[in-house]
Design a binder for this molecule. Structure first.
Ligand SMILES: [Mg+2]
Length: 256
């Protein structure tokens, strides 16, 4: 990965970003800093203001593992698209959130039954189309992760498992991922290219399979990644949004 604010990165953005580019962002760890309790995650003011400006002039999408209802409350700006549950919810033309979800209900029952065998500090989050097991607050995260992995092996029906930062996400086996979501959005939007920014394992599905007309940026370089570019940390996110915003505004002036 190359640093996005390097000469290479700046040149790539200048070549790539057009006023009709689809600009897609993950939420936790990308638009909001990672916090011990997911319910406390909020978008910092600088990012919020930058996103409000960007949403006025560009096609913006937020693609997150959270449910759409959850993420909507956390955004103080209005993107064109909000896709939740790793792509299972909120795609234009997809079904609503009230369809039956027997897999998630079955896993919840099975995890509840096994709760006594799990170390403390693990909590369940029912996101409607998916189930998340968080272990950030466990005193021994390694032991917690091992216990979760062992439990997941026993679940029926077998879930699709997507890891994250101190979280294990369980999705129905045929669920879409963020790659599928971004591809569907690009087609729906008619955008000629797409930019995607994310920070963890759930975003690697996009980074790994990125199409030639996608530009990918990972927040942080603490882990191996298939993204083309990176930021050093989430603190640089507001600057990146402002940079993208100014590139698009300059183009709109040119073509006005
Ligand atoms: Mg994230």
């Amino acid at each position: 990965m190359r640093y996005i604010f390097s000469p290479y990165g700046e040149a790539a953005m200048a070549r790539f970003i057009r006023k009709d580019t689809l600009l897609a962002f993950d939420f936790d760890g990308t638009l909001a800093p990672i916090v011990p309790l997911p319910d406390a995650a909020r978008t910092p003011t600088a990012i919020c203001l930058a996103m409000r400006r960007l949403c006025e002039i560009a096609n913006v999408a937020v693609i997150t593992g959270r449910s759409v209802a959850d993420i909507r409350e956390r955004l103080d700006f209005t993107p064109k698209y909000i896709v939740g549950n790793h792509g299972a919810e909120g795609l234009p033309g997809s079904a609503g959130t009230d369809e039956p979800r027997p897999d998630v209900e079955a896993w919840t029952r099975q995890v509840d039954t096994a709760r006594d065998r799990l170390p403390p500090g693990i909590f369940l989050e029912d996101k409607g189309h998916s189930l998340s097991l968080h272990y950030r607050t466990a005193s021994n995260r390694e032991a917690a992760k091992q216990a979760i992995d062992a439990l997941v092996q026993t679940l029926s029906p077998r879930p699709r498992v997507i890891g994250g930062k101190c979280v294990v996400n369980l999705l129905p086996a045929n669920a879409s991922d963020k790659f599928d979501a971004l591809l569907a959005l690009q087609r729906h939007d008619g955008a000629r290219n797409a930019l995607f920014i994310g920070d963890d394992e759930t975003d690697e599905s996009v980074f790994r399979r990125a199409l030639p007309d996608w530009l990918t940026i990972r927040v942080g370089h603490d882990a191996p990644s298939a993204a083309a570019y990176c930021l050093n940390s989430q603190n640089e996110m507001a600057s990146l949004i402002q940079r993208i915003d100014s590139m698009i505004r300059a183009q709109r002036k040119e073509t006005a």
